[in-house]
Ligand binder design. Structure first.
Ligand code: MRU
Length: 356
């Protein structure tokens, strides 16, 4: 069934490139008009790029942090794995602190620590080579997970459907193909999705600047809407599914995603549209019981004061800028990961899918 999709056409956009010496990140702050890579030669440069949103999207920041750990390993002088773990830790902590909400960052760094421990235990490979192999594995597995989720999620969408998505969950946010956008790509390729609506995603415009750009390149029929038009759109009956990504999915299915997702879920339920969350299992955090325990990143209020660099708000105005919100599991119809679909997620159905 996967043969039906020409994946190569979606591989044109590569947000993360490892050169063997440095990590090159497609600078997402400048898209869609400037396509420019930022070269990071140190783990601190990677941490800064993650914090500044040069690279963003939960899977992409996890992959970038893994390569950041490879760069940190090159910068320390110890020769054996036993010393390396302690010497690397400050750099790993800095990478982990770059953004708090997406669990993929901590997940990727935990995998890098585990790879180091295996090398320490004498499992063959040189420890620096082991870290590099692990970073590559994290990236490769993410691409495979996205392709798998695309097919799974698209199987839920009936022919003739309209889909609304939020933020950017495409090639730019992942190793490639995308999570929610992967489902949309697969659904369009299969002829199930007739039109895609993309919310602009204030204040950083991931929907308008990034998702609309990706959909245009695919030739997918897409319509950009202001975030505030979503309920009005759903009322017209053209949206059968809201399909979004995730930054952290808790043990009971509560899901943190880009600010504005929660109000889409409420509106979808009110208007009879279904709500799908699409994320790799690296986004599932079974150690966090429920959504109120998730740390929600709050960014500089200045992000709300200007549009495209021009100040639009009077001096002295106060602003609050949380950049994620939590959708309660009761509003979610399906969580799609590469391991399978959890319909009507709750603590029991999540535990059945993720017993470890
Ligand atoms: C596949 S990406 C899923 C989420 O990471 C995405 O929807 C999102 O909220 C990204 O937020 P961002 O602040 O742009 O990193």
């Amino acid at each position: 069934m996967t043969d039906a999709i020409d994946y190569a056409r979606y591989d044109r956009i590569r947000p993360i490139r490892w050169t063997g010496e440095a990590l090159e990140l497609l600078d997402q702050r400048k898209l869609p008009f400037v396509v420019e890579y930022l070269s990071c030669a140190s783990s601190d440069a990677v941490a800064d790029a993650i914090h500044a949103l040069a690279v963003r999207g939960a899977p992409a920041i996890g992959i970038s942090a893994a390569w950041g750990a490879v760069l940190a390993a090159r910068a320390i002088e110890v020769t054996d794995a036993a010393d390396a773990a302690a010497r690397l830790e400050p750099a790993l902590q800095r990478l982990n602190a770059a953004r708090p909400t997406a669990v993929n960052l901590a997940w990727a760094l935990a995998r890098m620590r585990a790879a180091l421990l295996r090398a320490q235990a004498g499992e063959g490979m040189d420890w620096r080579a082991a870290l590099e192999a692990e970073a590559l594995a994290i990236e490769t597995e993410d691409l495979a997970a996205n392709r798998n989720m695309g097919m799974l999620g698209a199987s839920l969408i009936a022919p003739g459907s309209g889909v609304l998505t939020h933020c950017n969950t495409g090639s730019l946010a992942t190793a490639g193909f995308g999570t929610a956008l992967g489902v949309i790509r697969a659904g369009v390729a299969q002829g199930h999705i007739e039109r895609v609506y993309a919310g602009e995603t204030r204040p950083w415009q991931q929907g308008a600047r990034l998702t609309a750009w990706e959909l245009m390149q695919d030739g997918i029929p897409a319509t950009l809407i202001a975030d505030s038009a979503a309920a009005h759109l759903m009322k017209t009956g053209v949206v059968q599914w809201v399909v979004v990504g995730a930054d952290r999915i808790c043990a009971n299915g509560d899901t943190a995603n880009k600010i504005g997702t929660y109000q889409l879920a409420i509106s979808a339920r009110h208007h009879g549209a279904k709500f799908m969350v699409v994320a790799p299992s690296s986004t599932v955090d079974m150690e966090t019981a429920s959504g109120e325990l998730i740390e929600i990143e709050e960014r500089d209020p200045a992000e709300l004061f200007a549009i495209a660099g021009t100040r639009t708000v009077a001096e002295g105005v106060a602003a609050w800028n949380p950049v994620f919100d939590v959708t309660p599991h009761g509003l979610i119809d399906a969580i799609v990961t590469e391991k399978g679909i959890v319909e009507h997620p709750d603590a029991a159905s999540m535990r059945a899918m993720f017993p470890d």
